[in-house]
Design a protein around this ligand. Sequence first.
Ligand code: NAD
Length: 360
Amino acid sequence: MSKNILLVSGDGIGPEIMLEARKVLDVVDAKFGLDLQFDEALVGGAAIDATGVPLPEESLAKAKASDAILFAAIGGPKWDNLSANLRPEQGLLGIRKHLDLFANLRPAILYPQLAEASSLKADRVAGLDILIVRELTGGIYFGQPRGIRVNDSGDREGFNTYVYSEPEIRRIGRVAFEAARARGGRVCSVDKANVLEVTMLWREVMTDLAKEYPDVQLSHMLVDNAAMQLVMRPKQFDVMVTGNMFGDILSDTAAMLTGSIGMLPSASLDKNNKGMYEPCHGSAPDIAGQNKANPLAMMLSASMMLRYTFGEVAAADAIEAAIGNVLDQGLRTGDIYSEGTTMVSCVEMGDAVVAALQNA
Ligand code: NAD
Protein backbone atom coordinates (compact mmCIF):
# COMPACT_ATOMS: atom_id res chain seq x y z
CA MET A 1 0.00 0.00 0.00
CA SER A 2 1.39 3.42 -0.90
CA LYS A 3 2.52 5.67 1.91
CA ASN A 4 1.60 9.31 1.35
CA ILE A 5 4.15 11.69 2.78
CA LEU A 6 3.77 15.44 2.76
CA LEU A 7 7.09 17.28 2.58
CA VAL A 8 7.25 20.78 4.08
CA SER A 9 10.65 22.28 3.35
CA GLY A 10 9.87 25.66 4.91
CA ASP A 11 12.43 28.42 5.36
CA GLY A 12 16.12 29.01 6.09
CA ILE A 13 18.08 25.75 6.02
CA GLY A 14 14.80 23.82 5.64
CA PRO A 15 15.01 23.25 1.86
CA GLU A 16 18.71 22.26 2.09
CA ILE A 17 18.24 19.57 4.74
CA MET A 18 15.01 18.33 3.15
CA LEU A 19 16.84 17.62 -0.12
CA GLU A 20 19.34 15.43 1.73
CA ALA A 21 16.63 13.57 3.64
CA ARG A 22 14.75 12.99 0.39
CA LYS A 23 17.89 11.46 -1.18
CA VAL A 24 18.09 9.02 1.72
CA LEU A 25 14.37 8.19 1.56
CA ASP A 26 14.65 7.48 -2.18
CA VAL A 27 17.40 4.95 -1.48
CA VAL A 28 15.47 3.08 1.23
CA ASP A 29 12.30 3.28 -0.86
CA ALA A 30 14.03 1.37 -3.68
CA LYS A 31 15.93 -0.95 -1.36
CA PHE A 32 13.00 -1.99 0.84
CA GLY A 33 10.12 -1.59 -1.66
CA LEU A 34 8.33 0.95 0.56
CA ASP A 35 6.14 2.58 -2.11
CA LEU A 36 6.63 6.09 -0.77
CA GLN A 37 4.58 8.82 -2.50
CA PHE A 38 5.57 12.44 -1.96
CA ASP A 39 3.65 15.68 -2.15
CA GLU A 40 4.80 19.15 -1.09
CA ALA A 41 3.17 22.07 0.71
CA LEU A 42 4.01 25.63 1.68
CA VAL A 43 3.95 26.49 5.38
CA GLY A 44 5.61 29.30 7.36
CA GLY A 45 7.50 32.18 5.80
CA ALA A 46 7.46 30.64 2.32
CA ALA A 47 3.66 30.41 2.56
CA ILE A 48 3.37 34.00 3.82
CA ASP A 49 5.39 35.22 0.82
CA ALA A 50 3.29 33.22 -1.65
CA THR A 51 -0.20 33.56 -0.14
CA GLY A 52 -0.12 36.05 2.74
CA VAL A 53 -0.83 33.45 5.47
CA PRO A 54 1.45 30.97 7.27
CA LEU A 55 -0.89 27.98 6.83
CA PRO A 56 -2.89 28.19 3.58
CA GLU A 57 -6.08 26.09 3.39
CA GLU A 58 -4.53 24.00 0.61
CA SER A 59 -1.52 23.09 2.79
CA LEU A 60 -3.75 22.17 5.73
CA ALA A 61 -5.91 20.00 3.46
CA LYS A 62 -2.79 18.22 2.16
CA ALA A 63 -1.56 17.70 5.72
CA LYS A 64 -4.89 16.16 6.72
CA ALA A 65 -4.92 13.89 3.66
CA SER A 66 -1.37 12.58 4.12
CA ASP A 67 -0.29 9.59 6.22
CA ALA A 68 2.69 11.48 7.64
CA ILE A 69 4.28 14.89 7.37
CA LEU A 70 7.99 15.46 7.13
CA PHE A 71 8.62 19.01 8.24
CA ALA A 72 11.97 20.80 8.02
CA ALA A 73 11.91 24.22 9.72
CA ILE A 74 10.17 27.56 9.37
CA GLY A 75 10.70 31.18 10.35
CA GLY A 76 13.38 33.82 10.10
CA PRO A 77 14.05 37.52 10.64
CA LYS A 78 12.20 38.48 7.46
CA TRP A 79 8.88 37.65 9.11
CA ASP A 80 9.69 38.64 12.73
CA ASN A 81 7.75 41.90 12.65
CA LEU A 82 4.42 40.47 11.53
CA SER A 83 1.56 40.40 14.01
CA ALA A 84 1.45 37.25 16.16
CA ASN A 85 -1.35 35.52 14.23
CA LEU A 86 0.48 35.93 10.90
CA ARG A 87 3.92 34.81 12.01
CA PRO A 88 5.47 31.68 10.44
CA GLU A 89 5.26 29.57 13.63
CA GLN A 90 1.46 29.82 13.44
CA GLY A 91 1.79 27.42 10.49
CA LEU A 92 3.42 24.80 12.66
CA LEU A 93 1.16 25.38 15.66
CA GLY A 94 -1.84 25.28 13.31
CA ILE A 95 -0.94 21.86 11.88
CA ARG A 96 -0.35 20.45 15.37
CA LYS A 97 -3.68 21.79 16.56
CA HIS A 98 -5.80 20.86 13.50
CA LEU A 99 -4.39 17.32 13.35
CA ASP A 100 -4.53 16.93 17.13
CA LEU A 101 -0.86 15.95 17.30
CA PHE A 102 -0.84 16.11 21.07
CA ALA A 103 2.21 13.98 21.87
CA ASN A 104 5.68 15.27 21.10
CA LEU A 105 8.41 12.66 21.46
CA ARG A 106 11.88 14.12 21.67
CA PRO A 107 14.70 11.68 22.17
CA ALA A 108 18.00 13.07 23.47
CA ILE A 109 20.57 10.42 22.65
CA LEU A 110 24.28 10.99 22.74
CA TYR A 111 26.07 9.19 19.93
CA PRO A 112 29.25 7.73 21.40
CA GLN A 113 31.21 9.21 18.47
CA LEU A 114 30.09 12.70 19.55
CA ALA A 115 30.68 12.53 23.33
CA GLU A 116 33.36 15.21 23.00
CA ALA A 117 30.93 17.60 21.29
CA SER A 118 28.83 17.91 24.44
CA SER A 119 29.31 20.97 26.58
CA LEU A 120 29.40 18.63 29.61
CA LYS A 121 32.23 16.30 30.53
CA ALA A 122 32.09 13.12 28.46
CA ASP A 123 31.61 10.86 31.52
CA ARG A 124 28.49 12.81 32.55
CA VAL A 125 26.80 12.32 29.19
CA ALA A 126 28.27 9.21 27.56
CA GLY A 127 25.42 6.77 27.00
CA LEU A 128 22.76 9.42 27.59
CA ASP A 129 19.35 8.24 26.39
CA ILE A 130 16.42 10.38 27.53
CA LEU A 131 12.97 10.57 25.99
CA ILE A 132 11.12 13.79 26.65
CA VAL A 133 7.37 13.49 26.16
CA ARG A 134 5.95 16.98 25.78
CA GLU A 135 2.26 17.85 25.63
CA LEU A 136 1.90 19.81 22.43
CA THR A 137 -1.60 21.08 21.79
CA GLY A 138 -2.57 22.62 25.10
CA GLY A 139 -1.15 24.60 27.98
CA ILE A 140 -0.13 28.22 27.92
CA TYR A 141 0.68 28.31 24.19
CA PHE A 142 -3.00 27.79 23.34
CA GLY A 143 -4.93 28.83 26.47
CA GLN A 144 -7.63 31.48 26.15
CA PRO A 145 -8.02 34.34 26.92
CA ARG A 146 -4.76 35.79 25.67
CA GLY A 147 -3.63 39.09 24.25
CA ILE A 148 -2.23 42.53 24.96
CA ARG A 149 -4.59 45.03 26.57
CA VAL A 150 -4.57 48.31 28.45
CA ASN A 151 -5.13 47.80 32.16
CA ASP A 152 -6.96 50.00 34.68
CA SER A 153 -3.83 52.10 35.25
CA GLY A 154 -3.62 52.83 31.54
CA ASP A 155 -0.55 50.62 31.06
CA ARG A 156 -0.31 47.98 28.38
CA GLU A 157 -0.13 44.42 29.72
CA GLY A 158 0.33 41.07 28.05
CA PHE A 159 -1.57 38.04 29.32
CA ASN A 160 -1.87 34.32 28.59
CA THR A 161 -3.79 31.48 30.18
CA TYR A 162 -2.16 28.29 31.43
CA VAL A 163 -4.83 25.61 31.39
CA TYR A 164 -4.94 21.80 31.18
CA SER A 165 -8.01 19.61 31.48
CA GLU A 166 -7.83 16.24 33.20
CA PRO A 167 -8.32 14.25 29.92
CA GLU A 168 -5.48 16.23 28.30
CA ILE A 169 -3.15 15.34 31.17
CA ARG A 170 -4.26 11.72 31.22
CA ARG A 171 -3.67 11.09 27.49
CA ILE A 172 -0.14 12.55 27.47
CA GLY A 173 0.58 10.66 30.69
CA ARG A 174 -0.41 7.42 28.97
CA VAL A 175 2.02 8.08 26.11
CA ALA A 176 4.81 8.54 28.66
CA PHE A 177 3.96 5.45 30.71
CA GLU A 178 3.66 3.30 27.56
CA ALA A 179 7.00 4.61 26.28
CA ALA A 180 8.66 3.91 29.64
CA ARG A 181 7.40 0.33 29.49
CA ALA A 182 9.33 -0.15 26.25
CA ARG A 183 12.46 1.52 27.68
CA GLY A 184 13.86 1.84 31.18
CA GLY A 185 10.56 1.66 33.10
CA ARG A 186 10.81 5.11 34.73
CA VAL A 187 8.76 8.28 34.26
CA CYS A 188 9.67 11.62 35.80
CA SER A 189 6.74 14.04 35.64
CA VAL A 190 7.85 17.68 35.64
CA ASP A 191 5.61 20.42 37.00
CA LYS A 192 5.50 23.57 39.11
CA ALA A 193 3.03 22.18 41.63
CA ASN A 194 4.33 24.43 44.42
CA VAL A 195 2.99 27.52 42.62
CA LEU A 196 0.61 26.74 39.76
CA GLU A 197 -2.82 25.16 40.31
CA VAL A 198 -2.81 23.80 36.77
CA THR A 199 0.23 21.70 37.59
CA MET A 200 -1.15 20.70 41.00
CA LEU A 201 -3.86 18.97 38.98
CA TRP A 202 -1.18 17.63 36.59
CA ARG A 203 0.64 15.98 39.50
CA GLU A 204 -2.57 14.55 40.96
CA VAL A 205 -3.62 13.02 37.62
CA MET A 206 -0.15 11.55 36.92
CA THR A 207 -0.12 9.97 40.38
CA ASP A 208 -3.54 8.46 39.78
CA LEU A 209 -2.55 7.18 36.31
CA ALA A 210 0.53 5.48 37.75
CA LYS A 211 -1.79 2.98 39.50
CA GLU A 212 -2.53 1.51 36.04
CA TYR A 213 1.20 1.03 35.40
CA PRO A 214 2.57 -0.77 38.47
CA ASP A 215 5.61 -1.87 36.43
CA VAL A 216 6.61 1.77 35.80
CA GLN A 217 8.21 3.88 38.50
CA LEU A 218 6.82 7.43 38.69
CA SER A 219 8.64 10.36 40.26
CA HIS A 220 7.83 14.09 40.29
CA MET A 221 10.19 17.02 39.93
CA LEU A 222 9.69 20.78 39.94
CA VAL A 223 10.67 22.32 36.63
CA ASP A 224 13.42 24.55 38.06
CA ASN A 225 15.05 21.53 39.69
CA ALA A 226 14.56 19.50 36.50
CA ALA A 227 16.48 22.13 34.52
CA MET A 228 19.29 21.95 37.08
CA GLN A 229 19.34 18.15 37.21
CA LEU A 230 19.43 17.91 33.42
CA VAL A 231 22.76 19.70 33.31
CA MET A 232 24.10 18.17 36.54
CA ARG A 233 23.17 14.48 36.38
CA PRO A 234 21.34 13.96 33.09
CA LYS A 235 21.76 10.18 33.03
CA GLN A 236 19.34 9.81 36.00
CA PHE A 237 16.39 10.29 33.60
CA ASP A 238 14.62 7.75 31.44
CA VAL A 239 11.29 9.28 30.29
CA MET A 240 10.37 12.83 31.30
CA VAL A 241 6.79 13.98 30.78
CA THR A 242 5.70 17.59 30.99
CA GLY A 243 3.47 20.31 29.57
CA ASN A 244 3.96 22.33 26.43
CA MET A 245 6.05 25.27 27.67
CA PHE A 246 8.24 23.40 30.18
CA GLY A 247 8.78 20.70 27.56
CA ASP A 248 9.79 23.27 24.97
CA ILE A 249 12.56 24.58 27.22
CA LEU A 250 13.72 21.32 28.79
CA SER A 251 13.91 19.49 25.48
CA ASP A 252 16.20 22.19 24.05
CA THR A 253 18.38 21.89 27.16
CA ALA A 254 18.50 18.11 26.74
CA ALA A 255 19.31 18.66 23.08
CA MET A 256 22.40 20.65 23.92
CA LEU A 257 23.64 17.89 26.23
CA THR A 258 24.00 15.79 23.13
CA GLY A 259 26.39 18.24 21.52
CA SER A 260 24.27 19.47 18.67
CA ILE A 261 20.71 20.37 18.09
CA GLY A 262 21.48 19.36 14.49
CA MET A 263 21.41 15.68 15.55
CA LEU A 264 17.97 15.52 17.15
CA PRO A 265 14.73 14.39 15.54
CA SER A 266 11.25 14.59 16.99
CA ALA A 267 7.84 13.10 16.39
CA SER A 268 4.42 14.58 17.06
CA LEU A 269 1.74 11.93 17.06
CA ASP A 270 -2.02 11.74 17.19
CA LYS A 271 -3.94 8.95 18.87
CA ASN A 272 -3.57 6.73 15.76
CA ASN A 273 0.19 7.25 15.36
CA LYS A 274 -0.28 9.52 12.36
CA GLY A 275 2.44 12.01 12.81
CA MET A 276 4.52 14.98 11.89
CA TYR A 277 8.25 14.43 12.01
CA GLU A 278 10.72 17.27 12.28
CA PRO A 279 14.16 18.13 13.54
CA CYS A 280 14.23 19.85 16.93
CA HIS A 281 16.15 22.80 15.56
CA GLY A 282 14.81 25.87 13.81
CA SER A 283 15.54 27.36 10.41
CA ALA A 284 19.07 28.52 11.40
CA PRO A 285 18.96 31.75 9.36
CA ASP A 286 22.60 32.45 10.31
CA ILE A 287 23.81 29.59 8.10
CA ALA A 288 20.97 29.34 5.57
CA GLY A 289 21.97 29.02 1.93
CA GLN A 290 25.60 28.27 2.80
CA ASN A 291 25.56 24.47 2.50
CA LYS A 292 26.67 24.25 6.16
CA ALA A 293 23.60 22.77 7.84
CA ASN A 294 23.69 19.39 9.51
CA PRO A 295 21.06 17.26 7.71
CA LEU A 296 21.25 14.33 10.16
CA ALA A 297 18.36 15.42 12.43
CA MET A 298 16.19 15.72 9.32
CA MET A 299 17.22 12.21 8.22
CA LEU A 300 16.65 10.84 11.73
CA SER A 301 13.18 12.43 11.63
CA ALA A 302 12.54 10.53 8.39
CA SER A 303 13.68 7.33 10.05
CA MET A 304 11.39 7.97 13.05
CA MET A 305 8.57 8.40 10.53
CA LEU A 306 9.30 5.03 8.95
CA ARG A 307 9.44 3.44 12.38
CA TYR A 308 6.44 5.01 14.19
CA THR A 309 3.86 5.74 11.49
CA PHE A 310 4.69 3.06 8.91
CA GLY A 311 6.21 0.30 11.04
CA GLU A 312 9.09 -0.06 8.53
CA VAL A 313 11.61 -1.00 11.19
CA ALA A 314 14.28 -2.45 8.85
CA ALA A 315 14.36 0.68 6.70
CA ALA A 316 14.55 2.91 9.80
CA ASP A 317 17.34 0.77 11.26
CA ALA A 318 19.22 1.00 7.94
CA ILE A 319 19.13 4.82 7.96
CA GLU A 320 20.31 4.97 11.57
CA ALA A 321 23.10 2.46 10.90
CA ALA A 322 24.24 4.47 7.85
CA ILE A 323 24.38 7.63 10.01
CA GLY A 324 26.44 5.74 12.61
CA ASN A 325 28.70 4.63 9.79
CA VAL A 326 29.43 8.17 8.53
CA LEU A 327 30.09 9.34 12.10
CA ASP A 328 32.52 6.40 12.48
CA GLN A 329 34.24 7.61 9.31
CA GLY A 330 34.85 10.90 11.15
CA LEU A 331 32.65 13.03 8.88
CA ARG A 332 31.18 16.08 10.64
CA THR A 333 29.27 19.20 9.68
CA GLY A 334 30.47 22.40 11.36
CA ASP A 335 28.12 22.17 14.34
CA ILE A 336 29.54 18.79 15.46
CA TYR A 337 33.10 19.28 14.24
CA SER A 338 35.98 18.62 16.61
CA GLU A 339 39.71 18.38 16.07
CA GLY A 340 40.80 15.26 14.24
CA THR A 341 37.54 14.85 12.33
CA THR A 342 36.74 15.85 8.75
CA MET A 343 34.49 18.84 8.13
CA VAL A 344 31.92 18.26 5.39
CA SER A 345 29.11 20.29 3.87
CA CYS A 346 25.40 19.53 4.08
CA VAL A 347 25.40 17.96 0.61
CA GLU A 348 28.58 15.95 1.29
CA MET A 349 27.03 14.59 4.48
CA GLY A 350 23.93 13.57 2.51
CA ASP A 351 26.06 11.88 -0.15
CA ALA A 352 28.03 10.01 2.52
CA VAL A 353 24.85 8.66 4.16
CA VAL A 354 23.50 7.62 0.74
CA ALA A 355 26.78 5.82 -0.03
CA ALA A 356 26.76 4.09 3.35
CA LEU A 357 23.18 2.92 2.73
CA GLN A 358 23.99 1.67 -0.74
CA ASN A 359 27.08 -0.19 0.46
CA ALA A 360 25.37 -1.78 3.47
P1 NAD B 1 17.77 27.55 15.46
O1 NAD B 1 17.60 26.15 15.93
O2 NAD B 1 17.31 27.85 14.09
O3 NAD B 1 19.33 27.93 15.56
C1 NAD B 1 20.06 27.94 16.79
C2 NAD B 1 21.55 27.72 16.48
O4 NAD B 1 21.76 26.37 16.10
C3 NAD B 1 22.06 28.57 15.31
O5 NAD B 1 23.37 28.97 15.58
C4 NAD B 1 22.03 27.62 14.13
O6 NAD B 1 22.99 27.91 13.14
C5 NAD B 1 22.32 26.29 14.80
N1 NAD B 1 21.65 25.18 14.09
C6 NAD B 1 20.34 24.86 14.12
N2 NAD B 1 20.10 23.84 13.32
C7 NAD B 1 21.27 23.47 12.77
C8 NAD B 1 21.65 22.46 11.85
N3 NAD B 1 20.79 21.59 11.32
N4 NAD B 1 22.95 22.39 11.47
C9 NAD B 1 23.85 23.23 11.99
N5 NAD B 1 23.56 24.21 12.87
C10 NAD B 1 22.27 24.33 13.25
O7 NAD B 1 17.05 28.48 16.53
P2 NAD B 1 16.84 30.07 16.54
O8 NAD B 1 18.06 30.74 16.01
O9 NAD B 1 16.34 30.38 17.87
O10 NAD B 1 15.64 30.34 15.53
C11 NAD B 1 15.82 30.69 14.17
C12 NAD B 1 14.46 30.72 13.49
O11 NAD B 1 13.90 29.41 13.51
C13 NAD B 1 13.45 31.64 14.19
O12 NAD B 1 12.71 32.31 13.21
C14 NAD B 1 12.57 30.68 14.96
O13 NAD B 1 11.27 31.17 15.14
C15 NAD B 1 12.58 29.47 14.05
N6 NAD B 1 12.31 28.20 14.73
C16 NAD B 1 11.59 27.29 14.02
C17 NAD B 1 11.35 26.05 14.56
C18 NAD B 1 10.58 25.05 13.74
O14 NAD B 1 10.40 25.24 12.55
N7 NAD B 1 10.16 23.96 14.33
C19 NAD B 1 11.87 25.72 15.82
C20 NAD B 1 12.63 26.66 16.51
C21 NAD B 1 12.86 27.91 15.94
